[in-house]
Design a protein around this ligand. Structure first.
Ligand SMILES: [Zn+2]
Length: 424
């Protein structure tokens, strides 16, 4: 089937930042066949969708998530990070069944599809169920089984990671990764084993690094930094997705220059947990890739990438005190091509041969009028509820606000009852 959408303002985010107003996008077999001004492609299509008063742009890619934590949304909010994790989250996670994780991930997928997210990088456990939920929802995902422990206690999670990778690595929309959780939950020798497995099996790594001041202080007692440790363990030799990276020092930049991958900043989580603000300008100037993510819905409470773009811009302007040094376009880039580059994925922009992963955002709303600058409108004014269509791998997952891939109402009912059972 060949499809075309026509009539929207098409924001390609390609290298030249081309905008077609009005434009058209044609796709087939999950790939973009043509993109350009309206009427630029005369070839016939099987389905033509005419759009008015809308933006068509690359879908947002959430670079750091623990999607199934949607079931824990709102638990012990307003606690300090380590108390929140150890006293509240870890005991509840120990009770989560595989089926809970399947339903929790589907709930998160519904939220992401509504908010214009086309793919996400996830770290959790019962990853077969995470992958099954993603398969059903139609999204794209980079999935890592969280690895914790030492060279002895962590073997099971490493083994499960490799089994998961072997099982899912040929899937069209799912890419397995290795997920050593963090320097404070994984021993150095296990980090070395993960680094070696990443090389042997050609897998990318997803890790939390330099998230909180306490992590930095604890590692300083061991006379190291998160980045020096990661480098010494061999983790920086493979493609690596570094979640947070909030506390990168100028001397850490040497470790990061030249890596494949980059940092995924999660500004709402960092702000809510009081962890700090990414030194974005330093990383940008050093040529280090920066993408955007939400973190899990228990720490961030929502999987809203439109909110994350605003938060990234607000925090960067606030931290520097010079609002002109961070532009709306940089937030939109982080949420699209930025995350895609960290993941080594060709999405995040609309061009011939790229994946047909895109969204349509309605612009006939009071808060989007007038339109002096479409990018500023999308970042500073648009809301996730303005998303009308979400298309992934050429499949329309949501049309005019209705999710077509699964029964969203049934998932919400099931998730609510499972969440209640968990807390009781
Ligand atoms: Zn996280």
């Amino acid at each position: 089937m060949r499809y075309r959408m026509e009539g929207a303002t098409v924001i390609t985010l390609d290298g030249k930042r081309t905008i077609y107003a009005p434009g058209q996008l044609t796709w087939e077999n999950g790939e973009i066949i043509s993109v350009g001004p309206e009427d630029s492609d005369p070839t016939p299509v099987d389905q033509l969708i005419l759009l008015t008063d809308a933006y068509l742009l690359p879908g947002l890619i959430n670079g750091h998530n623990h999607a199934a934590m949607a079931l824990l949304r709102g638990v012990a909010d307003d606690s300090p990070l380590f108390e929140w994790l150890q006293d509240h989250i870890f005991p509840l996670e120990a009770k989560l069944t595989a089926e809970d994780i399947y339903i929790g991930t589907l709930l998160a997928c519904a939220e992401m599809i509504h908010g214009g997210t086309v793919g996400f990088a996830d770290m959790y456990f019962h990853v077969d169920q995470v992958a099954q939920a993603v398969e059903q929802a139609g999204l794209r995902a980079w999935i890592a089984r969280g690895i914790t422990g030492d060279a002895e206690t962590g073997q099971q999670s490493l083994k499960e990671s490799l089994e998961f990778a072997a099982k899912w690595r040929e899937h069209r929309r799912i890419t397995p990764m290795l997920g050593p959780h963090a320097p404070y939950t994984v021993s150095f020798d296990l980090l070395e084993q993960v680094a070696s497995a990443a090389q042997t099996y050609d897998l990318s790594i997803h890790i939390h690094l330099a998230e909180s001041p306490q992590e930095i202080a604890d590692l300083a007692q061991r006379k190291t930094t998160p980045f020096a440790l990661a480098s010494a363990a061999g983790l920086l030799s493979s493609r690596i997705l570094i979640a947070h990276g909030t506390h990168v020092s100028p001397s850490d930049v040497d470790y990061l220059a030249g890596i494949r991958g980059g940092i995924i900043t999660c500004p709402v989580s960092n702000a809510k947990l009081g962890n700090g603000i990414l030194p974005y300008a330093m990383l940008r100037d050093a040529g280090i890739m920066v993408g955007l993510g939400t973190d899990g819905p228990a720490s961030t409470n929502s999987l809203d990438m439109f909110l994350e773009m605003k938060a990234m811009a607000w925090l960067q302007k606030l931290a520097g005190g010079r609002p002109e040094t961070f532009r709306a376009d940089e937030a939109l880039t982080a949420a699209t091509t930025g995350t895609a580059s960290v993941l080594g994925h060709s999405g995040g922009q609309l061009a011939v041969g790229r994946p047909a992963d895109f969204i349509v955002v309605g612009r006939r709303s009071a808060h989007l009028i007038p339109e002096h600058d479409p990018i500023a409108n999308l970042v500073y004014a648009a809301q996730s509820k303005d998303v009308r269509y979400t298309v992934v791998d050429g499949q329309i997952l949501m049309a005019e606000g209705i999710i077509t891939a699964f029964d969203e109402q049934a998932v919400m009912v099931e998730a609510e009852s499972r969440a209640k059972m968990l807390i009781s």
